[in-house]
Design a protein around this ligand. Structure first.
Ligand SMILES: C[S@@+](CC[C@H](N)C(=O)[O-])C[C@H]1O[C@@H](n2cnc3c(N)ncnc32)[C@H](O)[C@@H]1O
Length: 268
């Protein structure tokens, strides 16, 4: 891919997703766009760019966004966050907890929101109304997440008791597949939300917002706007959790760091 074509894709991708690509990402963009070109039988990058930007239905733009997003995730990733949430929920539960509202932004293929749903049901009193919104920009991963079916290797680190309680094992040809049980799926509403275009259509106030391992793709201006918007959506006393490699230092004055990558919204 030549420099000019890369610049075209870079600008378009930034406009559509907020993803900020440096010059070092030429190989990545070439590989991801190449996948779409093969699917469509288009032989060169410029031609694909023209097709993409002229295609009226917007379908190819969705496919391009699906192709450019990096969706790596796994169950109970960065496990300390789930321990922290469990401890917090047990504390909140001492004073009774009628309702718990969580937003999992950039939820990828569902492992993260299902891990949140398991942690929430295990650590709140029976009868607590648990509502989780899970969102992503990619329609492809949202489809996988909604379906809630995972391979044996995806779930092998989950303790046996948890598997028994929350997953249904397939039979016959599907014996290496595991589906999240309906009662857990029912706690989550999946929707497409682009984090680069606030305000976000999620009902506030929220007790927890998990926005992990996505801000690394954004520039500082977008991070600032995103964090401000999310802080406004949190209830006082609620928590914003970001990826372990993402720090919010200096980004928002109303947030107190309680441990690495976990931020508390104070009441003032
Ligand atoms: C590396 S995954 C992280 C998944 C999960 N949060 C975790 O920590 O395991 C990043 C996710 O961010 C999503 N993403 C990228 N840009 C986005 C945007 N502008 N709005 C919403 N989601 C976005 C991608 O589709 C991908 O699923």
């Amino acid at each position: 891919m030549d420099k000019k074509t890369f610049e075209n894709f870079k600008t378009l991708i930034f406009e559509k997703t907020g993803i900020h690509l440096t010059e070092q990402k030429v190989a990545l963009v070439s590989a991801r766009m190449g996948k779409r070109m093969r699917a469509l039988g288009i032989p060169d990058y410029d031609q694909y760019y023209k097709y993409l930007t002229n295609e009226k239905s917007g379908h190819e733009m969705v496919e391009m966004v699906n192709a450019i997003s990096t969706n790596v995730t796994h169950f109970f990733r960065e496990g300390r966050h789930f321990d922290f949430m469990a401890e917090t929920l047990r504390n909140w539960s001492k004073n009774g907890l009628g309702r718990l509202r969580i937003w999992c932004a950039a939820s990828s293929s569902g492992e993260e929101p299902y891990s949140l749903a398991i942690t929430a049901t295990k650590n709140t009193p029976p009868g607590t109304k648990i509502e989780i919104v899970a969102s992503d920009i990619s329609t492809k991963v949202l489809q996988i997440a909604k379906f809630g079916v995972y391979k044996r290797q995806d779930v092998e680190k989950i303790p046996h008791e948890t598997m028994k309680q929350y997953f249904q094992k397939g039979t016959g040809k599907a014996q290496d597949l595991f589906r999240v049980k309906q009662e857990l799926r029912d706690l989550i509403s999946f929707r497409q939300i682009n984090l680069s275009t606030p305000p976000y259509p999620v009902e506030a106030p929220l007790d927890f917002i998990f926005c992990r391992n996505v801000m690394i793709y954004f520039n500082q201006d977008l991070r600032r706007i995103l964090v401000k918007t999310m802080v406004d959506m949190l209830k006082p006393g609620g928590y914003l959790v970001v990826g372990m490699a993402e720090s919010l230092s200096g980004i928002h004055e109303n947030l107190k760091s309680v441990e690495p990558s976990v931020y508390f919204k104070s009441s003032s």
